[in-house]
Design a protein around this ligand. Structure first.
Ligand SMILES: C[S@@+](CC[C@H](N)C(=O)[O-])C[C@H]1O[C@@H](n2cnc3c(N)ncnc32)[C@H](O)[C@@H]1O
Length: 566
């Protein structure tokens, strides 16, 4: 409700109150109307007045609530990746216009004096992308009219997220790929070839970029050739279309098949997911496209060559099923032809095929990743990944203006054994695996044990069985007590691999003066394996050392209680 509407309600309440006053005066004066009439009117108006007041109060409460909700949503929204060139310095249109005359005609100044471009003008968005790639990345770039035009800040986020995945220790590192050299595979690189261009110029990665259409292949190759400094790093590869064809606009439904092929991933998945324990398989049947299968050209299988290995694959899939769906955002014009934007079954079918391929290709890639356009699909795809035995599934959110997309990553490599080790002591997020769990133990038993581990020292704990989390708040004294009591198990602790950390005593810890608040979450990985994650709520670096130590103690405690000795 707007403030002007609240003002109107105020006016009405005021008028009704005035009428009640008039009636009171009339009664006091003993006016001609019979007393009972006046009393009746007064009662009615009085009732109206109190109804209007309570209605007004409710409206105000709702308005405030909505405002708070909106503010909270804005604050909670993840921002640009911190290493993204544009996170602190968004593109300065006026400056770019002064440097690049071809960009100048597209820049205008709004009433508040800020330089703007018309996001619904394809030529403007294409020219912006061209000058940003040239100015900030020294890349020569162009695409023909109507082809999908990428926004540089947004595409950079995906590259930096992959960089994070590759540098994290959550899955074992493979060395077969020649040490530090990173090699990626961009599924559907498009005419714009944006990911290989950014990955090669920002980070020196090499790429295979695949595509199916002549125009994409021709222009991707041209964009690579026009940048001789990274020419050697990028190979553009044609996907042979074979017998299967991409849909013509409006005719895709006939091309969808619902019968099982080599692995039927469209079956119900009756299992909790790490993303949301409540996103059960049944939800997959709510969607009209639940069982539609991708039947276009090959994606990875048949395109990746014998003996090839990659650190990652990435994909900005054709998100939509129809062009009507694709053109839903009237606020921007980033182009996009049917071949780029749509596929039978939409993104869910396309990514499901990547998952199927990954089950066969397994360790050919260290990380498989894809963008996902709908949160609903993210949940379903995450379920599928656990079902097919991925050892690790990670998700993230990419926000660009009003558009929200998700990143999905998975791997079949073994998770790294000891994640809470000394070199990650300064991190705010820690995790470890509980492997070889006895059948009789579930995630709930582990959660309860986490709760009693901290509660026994007087720490405040809040166990939430629907989100599978325990929120812990400890004071310095509680923390001291936990660490002291645990150090009594020193004989056992000292015998474990990470002697360096196990010998830390509570007295030599730099305990934080204030409370330490963190969340412990438990996720089902595969049967008999749980992932335990700890997220520190504070950002101060001085508390993360204590957090790491306490988390290490928790790991020892849980492993002793739940894991079978090998
Ligand atoms: C949404 S566009 C992404 C283009 C570019 N990567 C980007 O982010 O702007 C999807 C691309 O996938 C391509 N494509 C569709 N099916 C494919 C397949 N089976 N293998 C490789 N590319 C495919 C389309 O031709 C299109 O260029």
């Amino acid at each position: 409700m707007k403030n002007s509407e609240l003002d109107k309600l105020d006016e009405q309440v005021e008028k009704l109150d005035e009428q009640v006053k008039d009636f009171n005066d009339a009664i006091l004066r003993g006016d001609d109307d019979s007393d009972s009439d006046i009393e009746g009117h007064k009662l009615m108006v009085g009732l109206f007045s109190s109804w209007a007041k309570s209605h007004r109060a409710k409206c105000e409460m709702l308005t405030n609530k909505n405002k708070k909700k909106k503010r909270k949503r804005r604050e909670e929204r993840p921002t640009t990746h911190p290493r993204n060139k544009y996170s602190e310095n968004p593109p300065d249109f006026a400056h770019l216009a002064s440097l690049y005359p071809s960009f100048k005609p597209f820049v205008f100044f709004s009433r508040d004096g800020r330089p703007r471009i018309d996001w619904t003008d394809f030529n403007a968005t294409r020219e912006l992308t061209r000058v940003l790639l040239l100015h900030d990345h020294r890349l020569n770039w162009w695409i023909p009219d109507g082809q999908l035009c990428p926004t540089v800040p947004n595409r950079s986020n995906y590259i930096h997220w992959i960089e994070d995945l590759l540098s994290s220790d959550i899955i074992v590192k493979t060395t077969s790929n020649g040490g530090d050299k990173v090699r990626g595979f961009d599924i559907g690189t498009g005419a714009n070839c944006i990911y290989p261009l950014l990955g090669a110029s920002l980070l020196g990665w090499s790429f295979v970029g695949s595509d199916v259409t002549d125009v994409a292949l021709e222009w991707a190759e041209k964009n690579v050739r026009d940048n001789p400094h990274i020419l050697e790093l990028i190979e553009i590869r044609r996907v042979e279309n074979g017998k299967e064809t991409l849909p013509l606009e409006g005719s895709h439904n006939e091309m969808l098949i619902s019968t099982a092929s080599k692995i039927d991933l469209t079956e119900n998945m009756g299992r909790e997911t790490a993303l949301s324990p409540s996103s059960s398989s049944n939800s997959s049947n709510l969607h009209p496209n639940a069982n539609k299968r991708y039947c276009g050209p090959p994606i990875l299988l048949g395109v990746v060559r014998e003996g090839e290995e990659f650190d990652f694959c990435m994909c900005n899939p054709p998100f939509f099923e129809t062009m009507e769906e694709a053109g839903l955002n009237p606020k921007t014009s980033c182009g996009g032809t049917p071949m780029e934007m749509i596929c039978p079954g939409g993104e869910r079918a396309f990514i499901t095929r990547i998952i199927e391929d990954s089950v066969t290709l397994k360790h050919t890639f260290r990380w498989y990743t894809s963008m996902v356009g709908r949160k609903f699909n993210l949940k379903i795809l995450t379920s599928k990944l656990w079902e097919v035995g991925a050892t690790m599934v990670k998700t993230t959110e990419f926000v660009q203006g009003q558009t929200c997309r998700w990143g999905l990553a998975w791997s079949f490599l073994p998770p790294a054994k000891k994640i809470a080790s000394s070199h990650v002591a300064v991190k705010n997020n820690l995790s470890f695996m509980l492997e070889g769990l006895d059948r009789k133990f579930s995630a709930i038993n582990v959660l309860q044990s986490v709760e009693s581990f901290f509660c026994s020292s007087g720490a405040l704990c809040n166990l939430n069985t629907s989100s599978f989390t325990v929120d812990v708040t400890t004071t310095k004294d509680h923390l001291d007590a936990v660490l002291k009591s645990e150090s009594q198990h020193c004989g056992r602790v000292a015998s474990c691999e990470d002697v360096q950390e196990a010998t830390i005593s509570s007295s030599c810890l730099n305990l934080p003066p204030n409370n330490l608040s963190f969340r412990v979450s438990v996720f089902q990985q595969i049967p008999g394996t749980l992932l335990v994650k700890g997220s520190l709520q504070q950002r101060e670096s001085q508390v993360s050392g204590s957090f790491s130590s306490i988390f290490q103690r928790l790991e020892e405690d849980l492993k002793q209680k739940f894991c079978r000795r090998k």
